[in-house]
Design a protein around this ligand. Sequence first.
Ligand SMILES: NC(=O)c1ccc[n+]([C@@H]2O[C@H](COP(=O)([O-])OP(=O)(O)OC[C@H]3O[C@@H](n4cnc5c(N)ncnc54)[C@H](OP(=O)(O)O)[C@@H]3O)[C@@H](O)[C@H]2O)c1
Length: 329
Amino acid sequence: MPYSDNSGAPLRLGVLGCADVALRRVLPAVRRTEAVRLTAIASRSPERAAAATARFGGRPVTGYAELLRQPDVDAVYVPLPSGLHARWIWQALSHGKHVLAEKPLTTSAAETRELLEVARRGDLVLRENYMFPQHAQHAFVRTLLADGTIGELRTLSSTFTVPPRPAGDFRHRTELGGGSLLDNGGYPVHVARLFLGDDLEVAGAVLRRPQGCEVDVAGSALLCRPADGATAQAVFGMDHFYRADYHLLGSAGSIEVPHAFAPTEHHAAVVRVRRHGHAEEFTLPPDDQYAKSLARFAAAVARGGSGADDAGTAAQAALVDEVRRCALR
Ligand SMILES: NC(=O)c1ccc[n+]([C@@H]2O[C@H](COP(=O)([O-])OP(=O)(O)OC[C@H]3O[C@@H](n4cnc5c(N)ncnc54)[C@H](OP(=O)(O)O)[C@@H]3O)[C@@H](O)[C@H]2O)c1
């Protein structure tokens, strides 16, 4: 195995592409994560690689293939346009690198399954970088549920909508993995899996693709757990007012998480609970889902395998595929 952590040495990370999410969220978090050390940043442009390393450290590298040849890189972070993930994940695994890839891991369940299998066979960790589940606010909600605060969970709804992206953004292009289902839709689908488990079916789905648009810009899906009829409504879009929340509705109350997906490490999260004649608001200490996700990835590499996460990643991709199939039926 290319990296073993018996000594507790930090995981040596290389980055493929000077993406917005890398510069704004993940590279700052690398600095806050002892278990990870930045070794190199690759870009198609030498100037962008140099500018990024001037800010965050590491060595600038021109070209992604060149970064994969660097012997002091144990693992790579892949924040490329979603439609390019599969190709570069495959290349990285072929070079014996562990991979932390941005969500969605790929643009289809079949590709996701195949790459997870390639990683497993190579004894490498491949992880999809949904960071929000690491935030302590969701564990807090789980505790409320386990304590029976809202009775039995009957239904949930979750929304992730964002304002329109600029014209050149990859999200407008099919071949780069654009569209709101792939970009935003995975979040509410993930919330449904988080609270209702992986035994979910798609009861109905709609994707909106305005005339002249290559990709869907909005959609909605109704998911159902056949065993007890619990449901989840997932709403997503990239032509909207910003919303990133979820509501759980139980037999005896409801829970609202208004800032569910991208709280900064300074944000004091709020969780609202309502029961008959009673409303309560909890303010939680800030939490760093970005650094925690990196540390979790490094720990998986040190342990030697993604384990249970692989099944979740495959289930997520299968459900997103099913939403698309159902909407296009
Ligand atoms: N987990 C999260 O919270 C989160 C948040 C936002 C986005 N994301 C995911 O992260 C990924 C990147 O999103 P982003 O908004 O950061 O993207 P972005 O700013 O457009 O960056 C993508 C990078 O990919 C490289 N690239 C290579 N070929 C490209 C091409 N043909 N067109 C455009 N860029 C190309 C570019 O880097 P160089 O020019 O330097 O090579 C570019 O900077 C997506 O998969 C997205 O879904 C995750």
